[in-house]
Design a protein around this ligand. Structure first.
Ligand SMILES: Nc1nc2c(ncn2[C@@H]2O[C@H](COP(=O)(O)OP(=O)(O)OP(=O)(O)O)[C@@H](O)[C@H]2O)c(=O)[nH]1
Ligand SMILES: [Mg+2]
Length: 311
């Protein structure tokens, strides 16, 4: 990828995170101005600030403990030393979650994309399809969201633009039948990557989790090891709800990777730290807009830099 693209993405990410940054960095800066002796009130206020920034109580407690330790050793008498502790902590947590999706080239690799309605599943399937296609992979998509015609149409637009074949059934059909057909079609055409889009809600009273479990089961029966990746799409704007969704999906169907979308313009970008810290699931991609190149593999260091750099 050209440098331009990376710089563009970084500055857009930084811009996108500016509300999150304003929510806590400014607060921190005001708190530490002129402060040499760090008081108990200071730590309490800091803890509140980090929790208010959605980073979670565990993270806040750990950061503060480390600050207190350093203060005891007289290593923490300046503002930048304090910010360094915060930076280091964020970095260690986000780098541990920074595990890009590795897709072998020789076999059919299947990705099932799940999440509650509106988080950005279909858009993410479209973006990943066009990214992989640009990298020279053979890609196919499956519209296993049969909830509404518009959902299939939406994916169809992405697929036509990316020149990726789409397997679809009429609205209201059985989503697992779509997944089944797609695996067969992908195999017979020697496709490398199959991306399966699923619904965030259903027509029937059938539980969404039961439906997703069924799709998984059918995929595994048709192709041992499938789905190779169960990718959960979370909307950063929803903050704590995203964390709860991740817990629920992981308990119910098992999640192997996360995508965090809508990091453009949210004040709740700190949730990524809490999700990484408490769930320890790989973060595969982040989304910062609606266009194809607004999705990138997650890079923990880049994220911390974008979050903490002023501008
Ligand atoms: N700003 C912004 N918008 C996004 C991003 N990702 C997706 N969207 C938008 O969010 C809306 C919902 O996206 P979809 O991809 O339809 O979400 P979905 O999870 O498939 O929704 P359902 O199929 O209804 O469950 C669309 O308007 C997308 O363009 C992102 O990273 N940033
Ligand atoms: Mg959708």
């Amino acid at each position: 990828m050209a440098d331009n693209g990376n710089t563009g993405f970084f500055s857009r990410l930084r811009e996108g995170l500016s509300k999150t940054r304003r929510g806590f960095v400014k607060n921190l800066e005001e708190m530490v101005v002129g402060e040499r002796v760090i008081s108990r009130e200071f730590y309490d206020e800091l803890e509140e600030t980090l929790i208010a920034a959605d980073m979670g109580p565990v993270f806040a407690a750990n950061v503060i403990e480390e600050m207190k330790n350093r203060a005891k050793r007289n290593e923490l008498d300046r503002h930048d030393a304090l910010m360094n502790v915060l930076n280091e902590y964020m970095l260690s947590i986000l780098e541990a979650s920074d595990k890009p999706l590795r897709i072998p080239k020789d076999d059919l690799f299947t990705v099932m994309v799940v999440g509650v309605n509106g988080t950005g599943k279909t858009t993410t399937v479209g973006k990943i399809a066009s990214r992989l296609k640009q990298e020279g992979r053979s890609v196919m998509a499956a519209a296993a969201d049969t909830f509404r015609a518009a959902a299939v149409e939406q994916l169809d637009v992405w697929c036509r633009r990316a020149d990726v074949p789409l397997i679809k059934h009429p609205t209201g059909g059985d989503p697992s039948a779509v997944a089944y057909d797609a695996i067969r079609a992908a195999r017979s055409r020697g496709i490398n990557v199959l991306l399966v889009d699923t619904a965030g809600r259903l027509h029937t009273k059938t539980n969404l989790m039961d439906e997703l479990k069924k799709i998984k089961r059918i995929m595994a029966r048709e192709l041992p090891g499938a789905p190779h990746e169960t990718l959960l799409v979370l909307d950063a704007v929803t903050g704590q709800n995203a964390l709860n969704q991740a817990r629920m999906f992981n308990n119910e169907i098992g999640v192997t990777g996360l995508v965090l979308t809508k990091l453009d313009g949210t004040s709740k970008g700190g949730i990524i730290i809490r999700i990484a810290d408490e769930l320890k699931l790989p973060i595969r991609f982040i989304g910062i807009g609606e266009q194809a190149d607004d999705l990138r593999p997650f890079d923990g260091r880049e994220f911390v830099e974008a979050l903490m750099s002023s501008g």
